[in-house]
Design a protein around this ligand. Structure first.
Ligand code: SF4
Length: 383
């Protein structure tokens, strides 16, 4: 693993987290939260956390994490779809590869915390060989999303995986998901960016054979777009690498139209595609950061009056797959033991899910009479 983005010591993290407690009982609550879900930040983030509440709330645990209605593993439900470690397939046309399960900093609302914060081992090179050989046999698959944790935690392993994927004829579209541009922007040296750009392989004689590489980035607030961060982004975009931003809607951080509009305008002006506004998933410990899906829709409607370049896709994600929300969407609710659930018919067929994912439907999901998946999503609150 690379060590060019040193982490802040655990005891310093604990001291910082304790600084938020109003009394001894809140300190104890924080200690018990940290036992299950540790805190981790980078030196770069530490500087930002001291200055910006919007960033502090994303990385420092609140005593409110102890109160939760969410599930421990919203991401895992419906996943683990392959016997090959680090390879998952939920959709017909793309696979998910996770070379490295850890992150250099832990977002408190991380929907993958059950894997990211648990010291899971990385894929070995042998795991990668097996996974790539398997993907090569999946002729319907044309895209690979390399995700995490953060794939830039181990650049050599990332390049090993990219080199292998490039040998597959069926894989034409590669995306890498990362928050490293915020966590440690200095990781993106000219040398690294040159190497990443070398995986963009246009074929002017036969466009169907072109291969592209793009990076999915994750910025939630204008405060995150610091000079070092924007410079690192520019190093990538100026080399032809597409950056697409996925924002998480977070209560008390960016859940107002003004902040979202400002963020999306800044992204646009800095050559970063405004891609998704994700409703914060119902992961345990995130209630205090989750709005209702309706609050997201109210913001989204305001955004829809803007140029379409600065309008993201607004989505929420039951375990069975993403749901796109349109400006005219109305939500169908039901209640389960006091939990407000959004009931939705997904675009995916249950038979296809079973065939591709090779498993049964996730909890709170069933098959409709016409064969589609119906799912229930735990809503947030606005108070
Ligand atoms: S960067 Fe993504 S995977 Fe890593 S802790 Fe944050 S939300 Fe989770």
């Amino acid at each position: 693993m690379d060590n060019d983005f040193l982490r802040i010591q655990d005891d310093v993290c604990t001291d910082m987290a304790h600084g938020l407690a109003n009394n001894e009982s809140e300190k104890k609550a924080i200690d018990s939260i940290l036992l299950d879900n540790p805190m981790r930040i980078t030196p770069y983030l530490k500087k930002l956390i001291v200055k910006y509440d919007s960033i502090r709330k994303q990385f420092l645990p609140s005593p409110l994490e102890a109160e939760t209605h969410g599930t421990a593993t919203p991401f895992e439900e419906g996943k683990k779809t392959s016997p090959i470690y680090g390879l998952e397939r939920l959709y017909r046309d793309r696979v998910l590869l996770t070379p490295h399960f850890d992150c250099p900093a832990y977002c408190r609302f991380c929907y993958k915390k059950s894997r990211v914060m648990r010291n899971r081992k990385s894929m070995t090179l042998a795991d990668i060989d097996l996974a790539v050989a398997e993907v090569g046999k999946m002729q319907d698959v044309r895209g690979a999303l390399i995700t995490g944790g953060d794939p830039f935690m181990d650049k050599n392993k990332l390049f090993y995986l990219l080199d292998k994927l490039m040998t597959l004829e069926n894989i034409k579209e590669i995306r890498i998901g990362t928050r490293m541009l915020l966590n440690s922007p200095h990781v993106f040296t000219d040398e690294l960016c040159d190497k990443l750009a070398s995986y963009i392989r246009p074929n002017f004689n036969d466009a169907s054979k072109s291969k592209y590489l793009a990076i999915n980035v994750h910025f939630n607030h204008p405060d995150e777009l610091q000079p070092e961060v924007l410079e690192a982004c520019h190093k990538l975009t100026s080399r032809g690498i597409t950056l697409r931003n996925q924002t998480v809607l977070l209560k008390g951080i960016n859940d107002d139209t003004k902040t979202m509009k400002h963020l999306f305008h800044l992204l646009l002006r800095n050559n970063i595609i405004v891609y998704y506004m994700n409703h914060c998933m119902p992961v345990a410990g995130s209630d205090h950061l989750r709005t209702t899906v309706q609050k997201g829709l109210d913001i989204y409607k305001d955004l829809c009056t803007e140029s379409s370049c600065s309008i993201p896709h607004y989505v929420y994600a039951p375990s069975g797959g993403k749901v796109h929300v349109g400006p005219d969407t109305t939500f169908d609710y039901s209640n389960e033991n006091g939990l407000n659930l959004v009931k939705v018919k997904l675009l995916y067929k249950a038979a296809e899910f079973r065939a591709i994912a090779k498993k049964e439907l996730p909890p709170r999901h069933s098959e409709t009479e016409d064969g589609f998946i119906e799912g229930y999503y735990i809503d947030g609150t606005d108070n």
